[in-house]
Design a protein around this ligand. Structure first.
Ligand SMILES: C[S@@+](CC[C@H](N)C(=O)[O-])C[C@H]1O[C@@H](n2cnc3c(N)ncnc32)[C@H](O)[C@@H]1O
Length: 282
């Protein structure tokens, strides 16, 4: 119905009639699309409820990663690559995985953009057991340690950061984990570390810089043709004066010129003013 038709209908008094006939139609509960979708929705809720009651730990689609559904909220865990070792005061717990008692490490997803993206049901990450990852902005190694759990002993995580103070901690962590290596370098200058990094399956970037997108794309030269680039974007670092939503939109447009965006999430409330892009090469 055009705006003109709408006005005419209103003037002629047919508006209420047509609204009535619409609501009569929608009262036919069996046929209405609305009710069908509502039934589908409650059916889905029911399945989730049953899953919750029967088994609280759920093995999700990402490697070595588990969700613990609780009455309110949930917890995230990874299978500990180094049983008995913990690095950030995280909780260790045991669970039967495929008949074997397995040690899991608690991953506080309110401290990790990658964790938050998983908690918010990101559809894909390109991470598998055995994946090679270039992690830009590794800091003390908190999230990198969980990526290291995810890719397992056959995978590898190149952990890059330019701040000597955090790389000292990162170095100690990497010494304890066979599948991580620290690199002290500026992600703005990939030519400085190209001799140290092999071709990778995944690039993950979490660095708060004004030119985050430029840095991210520069590092795509390390990514395999079918690899995945993950960008955790902090709006306030791009421009503190503008609304995060505008920055997210502008970043999407910038990225779309160079890559395919396979998924996108805003990370509120876990990580305020951050969003997460899953990108693939064109
Ligand atoms: C938000 S912290 C990363 C936290 C980490 N990803 C985690 O979840 O455990 C951002 C890090 O990026 C690093 N960084 C910022 N600009 C960088 C650059 N140009 N090259 C390398 N590292 C950079 C900072 O030193 C800082 O440690």
């Amino acid at each position: 119905m055009s705006f003109k038709d709408y006005q005419q209908t209103k003037k002629s008094g047919n508006f209420n009639k047509s609204r009535k006939s619409f609501s009569r139609g929608s009262n036919n509960r069996r046929d209405s699309g609305f009710n069908n979708s509502r039934n589908r929705f409650s059916a889905k809720k029911k399945v989730e409820q049953v899953t919750h009651d029967r088994e609280q730990f759920i093995d999700i689609k990402f490697p070595n990663t588990f969700l613990h559904l609780k009455r309110r909220g949930m917890d995230l865990f990874t299978k500990n690559l180094n049983p008995g070792e913990k690095y950030f005061d995280e909780l260790l717990t045991f669970k039967n995985v495929e008949g074997k008692k397995t040690e899991l490490r608690h991953w506080d997803y309110t401290r990790s953009k990658l964790g938050a993206a998983i908690a918010l049901k990101i559809s894909q990450l390109g991470l598998y057991e055995g994946s090679k990852v270039l992690y830009l902005g590794a800091s003390h190694g908190f999230t990198p340690s969980f990526v290291s759990d995810m890719v397992g002993e056959k995978g590898f995580v190149f952990c890059l950061d330019f701040a000597p103070r955090v790389v000292r901690d990162l170095y100690l962590l990497c010494q304890k984990r066979g599948n991580m290596a620290p690199i002290i370098a500026d992600a703005n200058h990939p030519e400085e570390y190209e001799e140290l990094v092999s071709e990778v399956d995944v690039i993950f970037m979490d660095i708060a810089q004004r030119n985050q997108v430029e840095i991210f794309l520069k590092n795509f030269k390390f990514l395999k043709q079918d690899g995945v680039g993950l960008l955790a974007l902090k709006a306030r670092s791009v421009d503190v004066t503008r609304k995060p939503k505008h920055i997210f939109k502008e970043t999407r447009e910038l990225l779309e010129k160079e890559v395919i965006i396979a998924d996108y999430k805003e990370l509120d409330p876990h990580e305020k003013d951050h969003c997460f892009f899953v990108c693939k090469k064109k």
